[in-house]
Write a protein that binds this ligand. Structure first.
Ligand code: FE2
Length: 508
């Protein structure tokens, strides 16, 4: 269902390309500043990008409406090649609707491929902060080398968003967020900073939780620095949920109330993310697995491993199990698996990058048990995808993962039980932005004797910065010294390269 006016989608804009325009002046605005949640962009294509903002002069109001009256508001937008907006390449206006919590998703078109742009909004006599964005290279061209940062898991109470700030400072061309952008749990006393209110259940609750998170200036800086590609994990709805099955019985909800909660969660997710209008949810479902092509350089296959999975064999518990125990379980669902394998068969880009949520490589603990919430709990599903990319001659499969709040770098194996078997791909696991608190300085790989294909580990918070070129991907594991103290320094705690045509990790 489209919940945006036709004027939302302005392809090419209202201004003549390259035209010099009268500057925007801030009027003597009678209302408070409405851009307190910042600006964002996402879903870059060779000729367009999504621009996002949400009006909220009082972001933390309990009704989730951010202090806006029950009326629609016109929001103007501009895209320029320079930060002064002295000439425009695209511009228009859009209705920010009360029904959408005054969020807007503008598809700004008429842009040139592999180009940098600046954008801003104006509403109610106020001008927003300026964001920087970028388009993808044209089909068949490599474009510039791409600095892409990826991250996940930003529990607000666990620490400050220094890692988001450091991502912005790296000036990436693209950011991937792999889930747990918010957490649903109630305030817990004594945290570094506290959630507002009880566990979130209603649409107003979810809207206010996003507003609390998005009020953070470090998060706003990361959004303003580059376009994002986002996929949710469980906590955008509820811990460890699987398809229509709740793993968590608190608070008690009837089936109808759970469906209403999921509907609210995905509606608020869409409202608060720079997604295309085609991703707007329908009821309690949202269509998020998608491909974003980055010219000849890379293809991003963004997966949704929550909405279509079979229920976990043991929640997110660890369990000793056999292949036969788990043979019928799918993590992606049949339709998404077919879509992924069909896309991998196209060989669109040099690097086929799977942006997804949960640990992909086999990982056994000292007792031989594996995490049933991750691909180890759905190992037939994993085998079909690995064999699928082998059968289709995929040159450079690279899996990106969030969820586990630790950094890992893994070789993917044809047969995890046989360390001598072929390395057939590579996995990079970002740690968390803040979830889990400071962590430790340890880089000792846990249970490495059971998992010789796991090559790197760090227990600090941070992100992974990749530099993607036609000949290699370089991965720098970035770690912040602390998340309980604001503005801690960042350092690189591990670096690897993956060479074109040669799956697996090499020291940088
Ligand atoms: Fe998480």
């Amino acid at each position: 269902m489209k919940r945006l006016s036709r004027r939302t989608i302005v392809l090419g804009g209202l201004a003549t390309a390259g035209s010099v325009v009268a500057p925007w002046h801030t009027a003597q605005a009678a209302v408070p500043f409405p851009f307190k949640l910042g600006v964002a962009s996402g879903e870059p294509a060779p000729d367009s990008v999504v621009l996002w903002t949400r009006l909220a002069p009082s972001p933390l109001n309990a009704d989730g409406q951010g202090g806006m009256a029950n009326a629609d508001v016109t929001v103007e937008w501009q895209v320029s090649t320079n930060e002064r907006f002295s000439s425009l390449v695209s511009a228009g206006s859009v209705a920010a609707r009360y029904a959408d919590a005054h969020s807007v998703h503008v598809v700004a078109g008429g842009l040139a491929p592999d180009s940098d742009y600046y954008y801003r909004f104006r509403a109610q006599g106020h001008i927003s902060p300026v964001g920087r964005t970028r388009t993808a290279p044209a089909v068949g061209t490599f474009g510039r080398d791409l600095v892409m940062a990826f991250a996940s898991c930003a529990h607000y109470e666990s620490g400050y968003y220094t890692a988001y700030r450091r991502i912005a400072e790296d000036n990436p061309g693209l950011v991937l967020h792999l889930g747990d952008y918010i957490y649903e749990d109630a305030a817990s006393a004594g945290s570094v900073r506290e959630h507002l209110g009880s566990e979130i259940v209603s649409l107003a609750d979810y809207r206010r939780r996003y507003a609390q998170y998005k009020s953070d200036p470090d998060l706003q800086a990361a959004h303003a620095a580059a376009p994002w590609l986002v996929v949710p994990d469980d906590h955008e709805v509820e811990n460890n949920y699987a398809n229509m099955v709740r793993a968590d019985s608190s608070p008690a909800l009837t089936a109808a109330e759970w469906t209403a909660r999921r509907t609210a969660a995905y509606r608020a997710y869409y409202e608060n993310m720079p997604l295309r209008p085609s991703s707007a949810p329908s009821g309690n479902a949202i269509s998020l697995f998608r491909r974003v092509r980055w010219g000849q350089l890379a293809t991003f296959h963004m997966l949704d491993t929550r909405q279509f999975r079979d229920d976990q064999a043991s929640g997110d518990g660890w369990k000793v199990s056999t292949d036969a125990d788990l043979a019928s379980r799918s993590l992606t669902g049949a339709a998404q698996e077919t879509w992924l394998l069909d896309g991998l068969a196209q060989h669109y880009g040099t690097w086929d990058i799977l942006g997804q949520q949960v640990f992909f490589a086999r990982q056994l603990n000292s007792a031989g048990a594996a995490n049933m919430d991750a691909w180890d709990g759905y190992r037939a599903s994993r085998s079909r995808i690995q064999q699928g990319w082998l059968n289709r001659g995929v040159r450079n499969p690279l899996v990106l993962t969030g969820d586990v709040h630790q950094a890992w770098a893994n070789d993917l194996k044809a047969d995890y039980a046989n360390p001598a078997s072929a390395t057939i791909g590579t996995e990079l696991v970002c740690t968390s932005i803040s979830s889990g608190g400071n962590g430790t300085a340890s880089t000792t790989i846990p249970n490495v004797s059971n998992n010789p294909h796991l090559k790197f580990f760090s227990d600090r918070r941070g992100y992974v910065r990749t530099t993607i070129s036609p000949t290699q991907v370089r991965a720098d594991f970035r770690a912040v010294a602390s998340v309980t103290e604001h503005a801690a320094p960042v350092s690189t705690v591990g670096s690897f390269v993956i060479v074109d045509g040669q799956p697996g990790l090499r020291p940088a």
